[in-house]
Design a binder for this molecule. Structure first.
Ligand code: NAD
Length: 305
């Protein structure tokens, strides 16, 4: 018998992001009013990929809107790994820079792992440095990748019970799959990780109370993969005939899932918001701001709530 249709909340990631950004803007304004400089994010773009250029513009615009500074460093497509690391190194030593983001993908010959390792872990707002990955694994404070942080905020905002829940994560990348699995586990969910070699993926998904799809395969997750009442988070973004499509067939998830994130205005706006959050956190942890006695944890609490 088909399940009873249920009320599904289609998550408005943009509205939640806007709410959090307002709190971040207030926290930055308080720092500035206290005589400190605003937090500053440095973005590094290597090559001429138009999508990457547009992503970093969006990130810089988002910084400006919450009163943060941003600086941009562009290198040509022909830049060597050493040249990219030299730029990162300069930013590491620049006391006026709190966060460093190197936009991916990088051109052939520039290893993303080598670049991630070159970033000062205290400025690693993408959470990709092995030290921050290790802190996450050990459950210690550190900078955590932005998309998984945004997903946790969405689940929290919609009061999705995590303790004892069965969470299924499809995808095992260092930037989404692995960190979200660790965060869910830290929140006392029981986590199953799936990937391209998982047997009976549909069957595993059907047992999920929380289903996170971070794959990049258009509409991989079908309606009959979703347990009635499950929270479904669609991270994937693919282009099909010029249109952006998620990993989940969102329309058919409506009426089955408790919540579902749409591929537009879903996880994406939260990712950028968590980049801003990480930049503020890095600024505070480094004691930046140019004045001793800068405001500390109480605005953090309000920005994080
Ligand atoms: P990735 O390519 O590094 O990892 C994809 C993962 O999916 C791999 O672990 C692979 O094992 C798994 N996989 C591939 N095919 C599969 C299949 N048929 N069945 C099950 N598992 C399969 O990708 P990523 O960087 O983790 O990103 C995943 C998707 O999320 C991409 O579409 C990306 O564009 C998107 N993304 C969106 C945001 C956002 O803010 N909305 C942020 C990051 C990534």
């Amino acid at each position: 018998m088909p399940p009873e249709p249920r009320q599904t909340v289609v998550v408005d990631g943009l509205a939640l992001a806007t709410e959090i950004r307002q709190r971040l803007a207030d926290a930055v304004a308080r720092q500035v009013a206290a005589g400190c400089r605003p937090p500053c994010l440095a973005v590094v773009l290597v090559g001429n990929d138009p999508a990457s250029a547009s992503y970093i513009k969006g990130k810089q615009r988002a910084c400006g809107r919450v009163g943060m500074d941003s600086v941009e460093h562009r290198l040509p497509d022909s830049a060597s790994e050493t040249e990219v690391i030299e730029v990162v190194d300069r930013l590491n030593r620049d006391a006026g820079v709190d966060g460093i983001l190197v936009q991916l993908p990088l051109p052939k010959g520039v290893r993303p792992t080598a670049v991630a390792e070159a970033v000062d872990p205290t400025k690693d707002v993408d959470g990709l440095h092995p030290m921050n990955a290790g802190y996450l694994l050990l459950g210690q404070p550190g900078l955590v990748p932005c998309t998984p942080l945004g997903i946790m905020k969405i689940l929290e905002h919609h009061a999705i019970p995590l303790e004892g829940a069965h969470a299924v994560v499809i995808g095992r990348s260092a930037i989404v799959g692995k960190p979200i699995a660790l965060l869910l586990q830290r929140a006392n969910a029981t986590v199953t990780m799936c990937h391209s070699r998982t047997r009976d993926l549909a069957g595993v998904c059907r047992e999920a109370d929380i289903l996170v799809a971070a794959v990049g395969v258009p509409r991989l997750v079908k309606a009959d993969w979703i347990q009635p009442g499950a929270a479904v988070i669609d991270v994937g973004v693919s282009e099909v005939n010029g249109a952006l499509v998620g990993d989940v067939d969102t329309e058919s998830a409506v009426g089955i899932a408790s919540i579902v994130t749409p591929h537009r205005r879903g996880v994406g706006p939260m990712t950028i918001t968590m980049l801003l959050q990480n930049t503020l956190d890095a600024y505070r942890r480094r004691g930046a701001g140019g004045r001793s006695g800068a405001l500390t944890s109480d605005d953090d609490a309000s920005a994080r709530s």
